[in-house]
Write a protein that binds this ligand. Structure first.
Ligand code: PXP
Length: 276
């Protein structure tokens, strides 16, 4: 990969939040203590992760309560605590006091977070959660689709940030479906510009991948990777990436995986800034 360390110092580069949930998924497959997501988080920080992201799910399928305590003790970079809007989770967050919180929808049966929050449909509850978490000193972001009604509701709820769900864009890229990728990209761009006009800081994540180590079966995506496509959107201040990054680390190690993602993010952003 054509990697330029000098570019990494640019303020134009989106921050990389590394989600370490899937290290815990592998650990939990055998019910023991190895591999440890806290060790993975430390290596990710040594490799250049700006933020460590994790999702404490209601069913504790990957990250567990004890991991949250140990992550807080072990790390000096900001923690981004993803959680459902439940009383139990809000209590844990207020006790933990992570720097950042991302509120997400959660359904027990889903394999991963399948869609964005319905902020509009539960505005009162979202306002209360944003106020409580802000009071505890956490910067709150709401995980939503790039849907104008939800963006406006997020601003009304008092969240300073939104994270746009890039799952549909990432899936279209995986399927090598150029038309669908362009359609989803247009939705993302429109959402970003509305969110910025409302004064919201904008993040993105879910399903983002690189073109390295593509599987040998099925369609082969061409052109820029889903990570590069997202990084090229100059309004995006943070990208949160987990599954594909941890998967890539299986082949190249955690630090190299971070370096590969960062290099692609930096190059895509610089190309976009230079072209503007
Ligand atoms: N952002 C949010 C809010 C998420 O819920 C997740 C998945 O936990 C991610 C980003 C990362 O998604 P992925 O693991 O597909 O990269």
């Amino acid at each position: 990969m054509n990697y330029s360390a000098a570019l990494l110092t640019s303020n134009d580069t989106p921050l990389l939040g590394v989600n370490i949930d899937h290290v815990a998924t592998i650990r939990n497959a055998r019910g023991g203590r190895y591999p440890d997501p806290v060790v993975a988080a430390r290596l990710a920080v040594e490799g250049g992760a700006d933020i460590i992201t994790f999702h404490l799910r209601e069913d504790r399928r990957h990250i567990k309560d004890d991991d949250v305590v140990r992550l807080k003790e072990a790390l000096s970079v900001p923690l981004n605590f993803e959680a459902a809007v439940t009383d139990e989770m809000l209590d844990i967050i207020v006790r933990t006091r992570p720097e950042h919180v991302c509120l997400v929808p959660e359904r027990r049966q889903e394999v991963t977070t399948e869609g964005g929050l319905d902020v509009l449909g539960q505005l009162g509850r979202m306002k209360d959660a944003c106020a409580r978490l802000s009071e505890a000193g956490c910067r709150v972001s709401l995980f939503i689709g790039p849907d104008p009604a939800q963006i406006e509701a997020a601003a009304l709820a008092g969240a300073p940030c939104v994270e746009f769900h890039t799952g549909a864009l990432a899936n279209a890229w995986w399927d090598a479906d150029v038309g669908k990728t362009e359609h989803e990209l247009l939705r993302l761009k429109t959402g970003l510009s509305l969110a910025r006009s409302l004064g919201l800081r904008t993040h993105a994540g879910h399903g983002l991948a690189l073109s390295l180590n593509l599987p040998e079966c099925g369609p082969r995506p061409v052109g820029p990777s889903s990570t590069a496509i997202a990084a090229a959107q100059v309004d995006i201040a943070e990208l949160h990436i987990g599954h594909a990054l941890i998967g890539h680390a299986m082949f190249v190690g955690m630090k190299q995986a971070i370096a590969d993602f960062k290099a692609e993010i930096v190059q895509a952003r610089h190309a976009a800034v230079s072209a503007a």
